[in-house]
Design a protein around this ligand. Structure first.
Ligand code: DGT
Ligand code: CA
Ligand code: CA
Ligand code: ZN
Length: 574
């Protein structure tokens, strides 16, 4: 039982209840909230149940007695009877079908009732035969939208989010380290490069005792299936179908193997060509001269140096010009997580966060932040429980009160994630805006616009002089929603001219701006803010994914506003 499986079932229950009787809104919401919290909490729900029983589960925000019981039922029987009953009534695959963009629970139900669509495969056939456009309330456009959604799903089906995969890689590495059998170990592949989505995990180990390490892994609960086991390589499947490749290498060629298995492929291909030009040979065992004698292999850095270039950080290894810069000794000094001083995008119970303001403050202090900015939603963001003026006053008071209480430990800044309305204006009056330490503005609704309209909307808002940070600039959700239809370079240009910083949102589903956009934005010399967009205390630690993404975009500490001291940040914001 893992968190994701439970969250998926709870969401599916909510979906099916919505079809059955949408008036039971509170119950439906409760299921969705519990699913959201369980999916994003750090702790393993199975372990929590084992340790503390249903009472332990009920300590989770949003999990009441009813849902706790259902989770226990799942642990004991592998099923949740409420879900089974709903499935009998609505037998189509609601979880998979609603993953198709443009298909919600009710649409799925209509497709089932009218066309007998049970699975995504059935939907694909129905689209191919143009059966959808003739359904009442659908039409040509809906049909092509669903076709597009199916295409996106196909492309992303097998790649999981970095934020989901990385904790697995960490746990497997820790398990091997704890065994005391490894001389050296490193994560490699796309995870080490912090790519936003991951095909499989790659871990390298140097050990005198590979067999024993393989036994340790084979006996671990986290491992669901052994796919292959040889002398120097083992492939296993973990929860939710993640595969992990474990490779054993000699300590003397650890650096060469690490370089090879970190990739990317394109980076390695170019590197090998350069080696050949120098009369060398480069492979996972080392760098060899003409006489086939190894001249480097223990450390990655030796290999790069012998090839006449500086060491490149893994996040840069995508053949996007990094090798050329390394030869000229012109590499940027990439930002590191320890450079981050504060976090400027944090939600609380005042809008759609799951935690009290004080708990967020305490966790921020615990992980060493020197300031955080609260950014609960403005009123138009109904789905996220946006604040009206009265609530905003209370919110302001509490920020002040807690600011005093924790003075000297952390500074609290007041902001609001302010909706950028359709006409480019902001969702707060002038007075409220002026009362904030800074304004974070984002697009959340009214996404159905032409490229020109959407670009104008955002540029107009940037040019108003009222905002400091543009939140999650493209509003994409990885594997779920495409980026906004905008001319992004016009946005960068306006941001630079008006001193507006662009957010690099660290939330694993977002990572927005992404690496490619960051590289593009750098040309415009804009400033960035790397924020977690936390909705619970555990989210404050998601910063590492924002840092990874920033590093993939070659960002240095000085380009990021929340690496500054509070004093310097305040100077910059006024
Ligand atoms: P992924 O798993 O799709 O997210 O991406 P990677 O980069 O982790 O790819 P993966 O797991 O297939 O292989 C790990 C690394 O090993 C890859 O980044 C480069 C290296 N590698 C694997 N196969 C080849 C190959 O055929 N040629 C070269 N040059 N390198 C390879
Ligand atoms: Ca991989
Ligand atoms: Ca692999
Ligand atoms: Zn937002």
């Amino acid at each position: 039982m893992d968190n994701k499986t439970i969250a998926d079932i709870l969401n599916a229950i909510a979906d099916l209840m919505e079809i059955e009787d949408e008036k039971r809104i509170f119950e439906i919401k409760a299921y969705r909230k519990a699913a959201f919290v369980i999916a994003s909490m750090g702790e393993d729900i199975g372990k929590l149940l084992e340790k503390e029983g249903t009472e332990g589960l009920m300590k989770i925000d949003g999990v009441g007695k009813g849902i706790a019981k259902k989770i226990r039922e799942y642990e004991e029987t592998g099923k949740i009877s409420k879900y089974e009953e709903l499935r009998k009534k609505f037998p189509f695959d609601v979880v998979e079908l609603t993953r198709v963009r443009g298909v919600g629970p009710k649409t799925a139900y209509k497709l089932y009732k009218n066309l007998g669509v049970m699975t995504v495969e059935d939907l694909r056939k129905a689209v191919a035969l143009h059966k959808i456009k003739n359904l009442e309330g659908f039409g040509e456009k809906r049909e092509t939208d669903i076709a597009t959604g199916l295409g996106i799903l196909e492309k992303i089906k097998n790649r999981m989010l970095l934020g989901f995969a990385l904790p697995y890689a960490d746990r497997i590495s820790e398990m091997i380290i704890e065994s005391g059998l490894a001389e050296r170990i490193s994560i490699a592949g796309s995870i080490r490069r912090m790519k936003e989505t991951i095909g499989d995990l790659d871990i390298l180990v140097a050990s005198a005792n590979p067999e024993k390490i393989m036994d340790v892994l084979a006996g671990n609960k986290e491992v669901k299936e052994i796919i292959a086991r040889g002398e120097t390589k083992m492939t296993v499947m973990l929860d939710s179908g993640i595969n992990c490749d474990l490779r054993f290498v000699e300590i003397g060629c650890f650096g060469a193997a690490l370089q090879y298995f970190t990739g990317s492929k394109a980076h390695n291909v170019k590197l090998r060509k350069i080696a050949v030009r120098k009369g060398y040979k480069l492979n996972e065992y080392g760098l060899f001269n003409k006489k086939n004698v190894s001249i480097a292999g223990r450390e990655e850095e030796e290999i790069y140096n012998k090839l006449g270039m500086d060491y490149m950080e893994p996040e840069m290894r995508e053949d996007r010009g990094e090798i050329e810069l390394a030869i000229k000794h012109g590499l940027p000094k990439l930002i590191e997580e320890k450079d981050i001083v504060g976090d400027l995008h944090v939600h609380t119970k005042y809008s759609d966060g799951t935690e009290s303001m004080e708990n967020m403050v305490l966790e921020a202090i615990r992980i060493g932040r020197k300031y955080i900015g609260f950014t609960d939603h403005s009123k138009s963001e109904h789905v996220a429980n946006g604040m009206d003026k009265k609530k905003f006053e209370k919110y302001s008071e509490e920020i002040e009160r807690l600011g005093d209480k924790y003075e000297g430990k952390i500074a609290l800044l007041k902001s609001s994630e302010t909706d950028i309305l359709k006409d480019g204006s902001l969702d707060w009056d002038r007075k409220s805006l002026e009362s904030m330490d800074y304004v974070l503005a984002s697009v959340h609704m009214g996404l159905n616009m032409t490229e020109k309209e959407m670009t104008n909307r955002i540029v107009k808002c940037i040019e108003s002089g009222k905002i400091d940070i543009l939140g999650h600039p493209t509003d994409r959700l990885i594997n779920q929603r495409p980026p906004l239809n905008i001319d992004i370079e016009k946005v960068f240009d306006a941001a630079e001219k008006n001193g507006v910083s662009l957010e690099i949102n660290a939330f694993p589903e977002r990572l927005d701006l992404n690496d490619e956009n960051i590289l593009l934005a750098k040309d415009y010399r804009v400033k960035f803010a790397i924020n977690t967009d936390s909705h619970s205390a555990s989210h404050l630690k998601l910063m590492r994914y924002g840092i990874g993404t920033a590093r993939r975009g070659w960002i240095e500490s000085r380009e990021v506003i929340n690496t500054r001291s509070l004093k310097d940040l305040k100077k910059f914001l006024c």
